[in-house]
Write a protein that binds this ligand. Structure first.
Ligand code: HSE
Length: 460
């Protein structure tokens, strides 16, 4: 951009917008000192006066997004409205004028990213989206630049602060799901509609963005198998704890058929037979049992953590605040600076990693997944139940790794039977569960959660 003063228009001034205003105003001198650029807020646009922030009197407030975007003094447009509706219209308008856009909007990018990137390219401008995944963790920059030398084998992690906060409070403080959700909302992590968080959709949208960059393919939200935390039962958090695990909502993208999940650092003496673009990618968001010794198990509250597995680096973990006002503002303002310095446009033009340029991903069918499993059955406490259950599992070639049943008084009613399995195929597990649930002694639908093992690296 090469200017000493850059005009900013901010669309949306909610939680994150308020943080962006705070950084741009309070750190104006610091940003100027570091970049040589004076960042000047030209317009702060909201839908109605009811949405004015408490310090509105000090800000260039506006209700007219089109006029603010069109203003010649608006050099960079920050979109923090969210969703793929009106936000699309405004982003499209800005790009058509050749103005760069900074957005935190994963729903928009997951739904319309390819179209918007194409338009930006045609208009010789760019879109920066660091805050769309991982909150304040600069994971997008890391994937585009810092890790570009790696052929990626897997990327998985905790990418929704609200869900992680809820699960942490439920397991550490014994809070109910509703109590924990209310507190997450009060602390400003949750989406306007928390269903996006707890259903896992927010995580799936972020995974679509991250995995597209990591694997050089285009991934749509609909490609991702989705299970949220909204149907999770507190009993499973307790049983997982007893077995040495914590339950985390993980977003997982990995090269299909990877076997031991992660191949680790490439052996320099052996030829690299893997194509940079995988034949198929396994994509899923679901509650997952993570062993307590795994670093991901230590990630609590609204924090996010993304594990990356590359052929050169091996395993790296990126940890930080994944949601909230100031952490997300940190990512947005870093994008503003990248755009103003011209580095974002240069990367956007020259790196072939954006979804408008990459091929559609080939997605591994979910029933082809190989994983270990946690199963909780509810059964009458009577002779012969286990024999029936183990026969079904054995017939599907599923091997039991552990079994827990707590003692109960005879005739006390249905009891939980908890099993973990060795590596099995998802399709076989689902077939076995439908047979098990049809058995007479089984009194309620069984619960099935996946277990993820620690990475197996072969670094010396
Ligand atoms: N609602 C999201 C979360 C924050 O809880 O992680 C923004 O992506």
């Amino acid at each position: 951009m090469g200017r000493s003063s850059v005009g900013i228009t901010l669309l949306g001034c909610g939680t994150v917008g308020g943080g962006v205003v705070n950084v741009l105003l309070k750190q104006r001198d610091l940003l100027k000192q570091r970049t040589g650029i004076d960042f000047v807020l030209k317009h702060v646009v909201v839908k109605s006066k009811e949405e004015y922030p408490p310090n509105a009197a000090e800000l260039p407030m506006s209700l007219d997004a089109n006029a603010a975007i069109d203003d010649d003094a608006s050099d960079i447009i920050i979109e923090l409205i969210g969703g793929a509706g009106v936000a699309f219209t405004f982003v499209e308008r800005a790009l058509k004028l050749g103005k760069p856009v900074v957005t935190a909007n994963k729903a928009l990018l997951a739904a319309r990213g390819a179209d918007l990137f194409k338009l930006a390219r045609e208009k010789n401008t760019c879109i920066a989206f660091e805050a769309s995944a991982g909150g304040g963790i600069p994971i997008i920059d890391v994937l585009q630049r810092g890790l570009v030398a790696n052929r990626v084998d897997a990327l998985l992690g905790i990418v929704n602060g609200t869900c992680n906060f809820i699960l942490s409070q439920m397991s550490q403080k014994g809070w109910s799901y509703d109590q924990a959700l209310k507190e997450a909302q009060a602390q400003g992590f949750a989406e306007a509609n928390p269903t996006m968080d707890v259903s896992g959709r927010d995580s799936a949208q972020k995974l679509a963005i991250l995995a597209s960059l990591a694997f050089n393919v285009r991934i749509d939200e609909a490609d991702i198998h989705l299970e949220g935390i909204d149907k999770l039962n507190a009993a499973d958090i307790k049983f997982a704890d007893e077995l040495g695990y914590v339950v985390k909502l993980l977003a997982i993208a990995e090269r299909a058929g990877i076997g031991d999940r992660v191949s680790g650092i490439e052996d320099a003496a052996k030829p690299d037979t893997r194509h940079p673009i995988p034949d198929a990618v396994s994509l899923r968001v679901h509650p997952t049992l993570v062993h307590k010794s795994d670093l991901l198990a230590q990630v609590s509250g609204s924090f996010n953590a993304i594990s990356f597995f590359g052929h050169a680096l091996g395993h790296a973990l990126f940890y930080g605040r994944g949601a909230g006002r100031m952490p997300t503002a940190s990512a947005v303002v870093s994008d503003v600076i990248g755009v103003a310095l011209g580095t974002t446009l240069e990367q956007f033009r020259r790196l072939n990693v954006f979804f408008d340029q990459t091929p559609r991903a080939t997605v591994q069918p979910f029933d082809g997944l190989r994983s270990r499993y946690y199963l909780r059955l509810t059964a009458k406490d009577q002779p012969g139940v286990l024999a029936q259950v183990t026969k079904v599992l054995g017939d599907q070639n599923i091997s039991i790794a552990s079994f827990v049943q707590h003692e109960s008084a005879q005739g006390a009613g249905p009891v939980p039977l908890v099993l973990t399995t060795h590596d099995a195929r998802e399709g076989a597990i689902q077939a076995a569960l439908s047979q098990i649930d049809a058995l007479d002694p089984i009194t309620a639908p069984s619960v099935c959660l996946r277990i993820i093992d620690q990475p197996k690296e072969f670094a010396a």
